[in-house]
Design a protein around this ligand. Structure first.
Ligand SMILES: *[C@@H]1O[C@H](CO)[C@@H](O)[C@H](O)[C@H]1NC(C)=O
Ligand SMILES: *[C@@H]1O[C@H](CO)[C@@H](O)[C@H](O)[C@H]1NC(C)=O
Length: 930
């Protein structure tokens, strides 16, 4: 196994600490609990010994005070500058041993800034997670299980994009034997998503000392968003005081196995959000029969996962599988594909007298390891030589996720070190020969140190261009091998104690060479003169010098030019397209004459709408085609620009869920756009306009409208090159045709997303209530800004409320997002559902949309799903709604049930089991009942 971590400066400290642990021996060996920012060592009420991280040379301590969190380790934290460096904690570990590493974060407004930080955490070279604080007063917990492949590991914080990186605790727990072995463990870590103790008797988690490895088994009775909702009716907690035969360390502790839930009506159902998913994961359930079954009773059940009949094949019979009562049976999947929102059911078989029972469950996600730089071993040997120097203590991978401060790396997947900057670092001894093993090295600066001994052979670094060794105490000759370096352009060795003659090969090379100040070094040819600086040996050098200067100027200019070009690119597509409009008819929109338009609209007789850019009129062409004519307010320059923008854009965009653009007219100072006419107006009118009283649209129709609109937006985001961000999505920009199919309209605010850049900076535009808060603050526009607006639209579809209202949302709340979030997160979805839907909807599909909507309106863009994700979720909700609708309609008709079933289970003949399955759907408890 490659050893790619630096041997850290903390070893001594940690070894000492480990000794301390052994002495106190209250806890397992291989436990380290760092109280970041702490000052003293202490033992907490669990018997865990916490030690301060005060050996750390970086960062600052801070003290916080958060009500409800009295644990001592959360009174302090350590925070780091928001710069481009990484800050690492290094730990000694035993190679080929599995560990759990847990990092926790309690912000507590330590910086008095109330800006919730966002930064990255990595384990070695592997990006572990992006920490996004969303609540100042609750602890974020991250856990990772890994097989140590080197004697040290490091946990690093870097890449602060908001606020300062910080950390409250770091815990390391060593496992025994083959616990958490997976066939993939050399290439993947396991990132912990869920570890649940079912039937828990309190909200407190079970951990050390009940769990000898201090895994945290979370109680199933905690109330938090999307955590174990959709509980089936008849779900009961059971528990026993009888000892459970655990047998193996890796199983849950006895206390966890002594409680369980039982589906007394025949099923257990749960829905839970899985952090880090979708992806491949490791999922196990733990069962122990802890109820007394009469001799003629049985408990047999199977797992039901949405859309995957395969998982329903195995039948669990706990007593039989575990070979007795009070024994653990632990079926699971070492590699299973799981969604972010996991719904699962355990359903009893038809011949079982008891419903299913579940004691515990664990789900981890596979996180692919990054092996880091190829030069890890080599450079770590150098670092070892100087382990007491600060620069040698940075820890983590030399290149990833960000390089050490004195190193530069290339962009390869497994990077190589290209530059070493160790000028004036007080280096002593010989120049470490390991530097010459860096095969990608281009630049090395070791000047101004106290290095002694000879100059090593750099032949192993064929790309090396720049070598700075001046102002040291180097002795020996200038190696002639230097002249064989094909790319060498700068060699500075002045003010050393070199001797002998300068190799003629160097003198005849095109390079900047300075060897002055070496008393015994001669140019050769026996002239005995100590020549100072030689800049090359011929005219070539002058050319080189000029080239260097010129390239600097050019680079500067180039940089500025690039910036200009960058700015240009924002408007470029419009301009270049506008010009192609004139000379490339293929791209051009149809040009109507003003006469035609006046004729069609009967001189602008019937006004059908008005928006930010002008008034829309109804029109009918000679061929009976109905049109919508948008006359732009002509006096605004902005309006004109938007006009050109829209014309060029629209003429290129065709999608069935985007309002069709038919052409334009620009005559007599008027700018006019012509669209297809949409018979049913805007979605807004149907949701809360006067139209709603007579005929409100039902839930499935609303879902279909959402689907249509999402498709339109998906096309803008992914089907157009470059991608198009709408920028002003709202219910009045979603239009409905004769058949109530939706199309997205009004690209007046759209801008082309710049290729390669993740955002387009531009003046904030948009509509209050729909505006992405991140965009508003940062003015950085991304497709996720549209996703935010779309989330607002989903909430409007659910609730029939306007995005902004002075009355509807109660005191101090004018905004649909805050209002809906409050309700949804507390499980009260009923509180926001549009009363005009009259209970004619399936609560599951409603939940799906509610959750997705909340994800869309997350404060940070990167946490929001893509519109394609949202579209998939809407489609899922539609199929759930359709099934439910069919079930509602065929309620008393058993035949129709069976037909639904067979379409669900694709030919499975277990009709009796199906009865269970279907009746379950109907018995799902409304989450408000939790
Ligand atoms: C899990 O299975 C998938 C699909 O069969 C495979 O691509 C993947 O490499 C496997 N392992 C992990 C750790 O994801
Ligand atoms: C340089 O190194 C020497 C010997 O290792 C040490 O005594 C001295 O304090 C160091 N100086 C600096 C500036 O680090």
């Amino acid at each position: 196994m490659e050893r790619s971590f630096s041997l850290p400066f903390l070893f001594l400290v940690f070894s000492l600490l480990l000794l301390l642990f052994r002495c106190s021996s209250a806890q397992m060996p291989g436990f380290v609990s760092l109280d970041c920012g702490g000052t003293v060592t202490y033992i907490d009420e669990l018997g865990l010994e916490w030690v301060p991280d005060d050996h750390l040379v970086y960062g600052e301590k801070a003290t916080i005070s958060v009500s409800n969190e009295t644990r001592r380790q959360y009174v302090t934290l350590r925070h780091f500058p928001a710069d481009s460096k990484k800050y690492c904690y290094n730990f000694n570990v035993t190679s080929r041993t599995r560990y759990l590493v847990r990092a926790t974060f309690l912000y507590g407004n330590f910086d008095n800034n109330n800006v919730y930080p966002k930064f990255d955490i990595s384990l070695g070279a592997t990006h572990w997670s992006t920490i996004v604080i969303s609540d100042a007063n609750s602890v974020e917990v991250l856990e990772l299980i890994f097989l140590a492949s080197s004697p040290t590991i490091s946990v690093c914080l870097s890449n602060a994009t908001i606020g300062q990186p910080f950390i409250s605790t770091l815990e390391l727990r060593q496992f025994n034997g083959s616990i958490y072995y997976t066939p993939f463990e050399d290439r993947f870590f396991l990132s912990v998503s869920a570890r649940i103790n079912f039937g828990a008797d309190s909200e407190a988690p079970i951990r050390y000392p009940d769990d000898p490895f201090d895994r945290i088994w979370e109680s199933d009775s905690i109330k938090k968003a999307n955590y174990l909702v959709d509980v089936a009716a008849g779900t009961k907690k059971v528990s026993t005081k009888m000892p459970i035969i655990i047998n193996s360390d890796d199983r849950p502790p006895e206390k966890v196995m002594q409680t369980a839930v039982v589906g007394t009506n025949g099923s257990l159902t749960y829905r839970v959000n899985l952090d880090g998913f979708p992806g491949f994961g490791w999922a196990f359930s733990y069962f122990a029969e802890i109820e007394d079954l009469a001799p003629d009773e049985s408990r047999k059940f199977r797992l039901v996962l949405q859309n995957d009949p395969e998982y329903s094949k195995p039948i669990v019979n706990i007593e039989e599988n575990a070979q007795g009562k009070y024994r653990v049976y632990e079926p699971g999947y070492p590699n299973i594909s799981l969604p972010f929102v996991l719904s699962f059911k355990f359903v009893k078989t038809s011949d079982s007298s008891r419903g299913p029972l579940l004691n515990a469950m664990e789900i981890n996600k596979y996180l692919e390891k990054n092996d880091g730089t190829l030069d890890g071993n080599v450079i770590n040997d150098v670092v070892l030589l100087y382990s007491s120097s600060e620069w040698a203590q940075e820890g983590g991978d030399p290149c990833l996720p960000v390089p050490w401060s004195w190193v530069q790396c290339n962009q390869d997947e497994r990077p190589r070190i290209v530059s070493i900057f160790l000028s004036y670092k007080n280096l002593t001894g010989n120049i470490p020969a390991d530097f010459t093993k860096l095969s990608g090295l281009v630049e090395i600066w070791l000047d101004g140190n106290s290095l002694t001994g000879p100059i090593p052979d750099f032949t192993g670094c064929p790309d090396v261009k720049i070598i700075h060794l001046e102002n040291n105490q180097l002795t020996g000759e200038l190696p002639s091998s230097l002249s064989n370096l094909p790319n060498l352009r700068e060699l500075y060795v002045q003010n050393n104690m070199l001797s002998g003659t300068v190799p003629s090969g160097l003198l005849s090379k095109n390079l900047v060479l300075n060897y002055s100040g070496n008393i015994n070094l001669r140019e050769g040819g026996g002239r005995g003169k100590h020549i100072g600086i030689i800049i090359g040996s011929s005219v070539g050098a002058a050319v080189l010098l000029i080239a260097t200067i010129a390239s600097c100027i050019f680079m500067r200019k180039g940089k500025r030019r690039y910036n200009n070009r960058d700015e240009l690119r924002h408007s470029l597509p419009v301009q270049s397209l506008a010009s192609t409009l004139n000379d490339a008819p293929a791209e051009a929109a149809h040009c109507f004459s003003l006469y035609e338009i006046e004729d069609a609209t009967k001189s602008f007789e019937k006004k059908i709408g008005s928006g930010g850019f002008g008034v829309v009129y109804y029109g009918k062409m000679k061929d009976e085609k109905e049109i919508a004519v948008k006359v732009l307010t002509s006096n605004s320059y902005q309006g004109k620009r938007e006009f050109t923008n829209e014309v060029t854009l629209l003429s290129r965009i065709h999608h069935k869920n985007l309002v069709q653009f038919l052409g334009y007219c620009q005559e007599e100072g008027r700018s006019i756009l012509v669209y297809e006419f949409m018979h049913n107006g805007t979605l807004k009118e149907h949701l809360y306009g006067p139209l709603t009283r007579e005929q409100s649209i039902n839930w499935i129709k609303r879902l279909e409208i959402a689907e249509d609109a999402a498709r339109g937006i998906e096309y803008l985001h992914t089907g157009c090159v470059p991608a198009i961000i709408h920028r002003d999505l709202k219910t009045s920009n979603i239009l409905l045709d004769k058949h109530m199919r939706a199309k997205v309209s009004d690209f007046g605010l759209s801008k082309f997303a710049v290729d390669g850049a993740s955002h387009v900076s531009s003046i904030v535009r948009g509509t209050v209530g729909y505006l992405d808060p991140e965009y508003y603050i940062s003015q950085q526009l991304t497709d996720k800004s549209d996703v935010y607006s779309f989330g607002v639209i989903l909430l409007e579809l659910m609730s029939g409320q306007e995005a902004i209202s002075n009355e509807s949302f109660g005191v101090n709340c004018r905004n649909i997002v805050q209002w809906a979030k409050l309700h949804i997160e507390s499980g009260d979805i009923q509180g926001i559902i549009d009363p005009s839907l009259h209970d004619e909807y399936d609560i599951q599909s409603m939940w799906k949309i509610a959750e997705k909507a909340l994800m869309c309106v997350q404060p940070h863009g990167h946490m929001r799903p893509s519109i394609s994700d949202v579209l998939k979720e809407i489609q899922d909700a539609i199929s759930i709604e359709k099934e439910a609708l069919a079930a509602r309609e065929g309620n008393s008709d058993d035949m129709s049930r069976n037909s639904i079933h067979s379409s669900l289970n694709m030919g499975s003949l277990d009709l009796v089991g199906t009865e269970n399955y279907l009746s379950l759907d109907e018995s799902i408890v409304r989450p408000t009942a939790r």
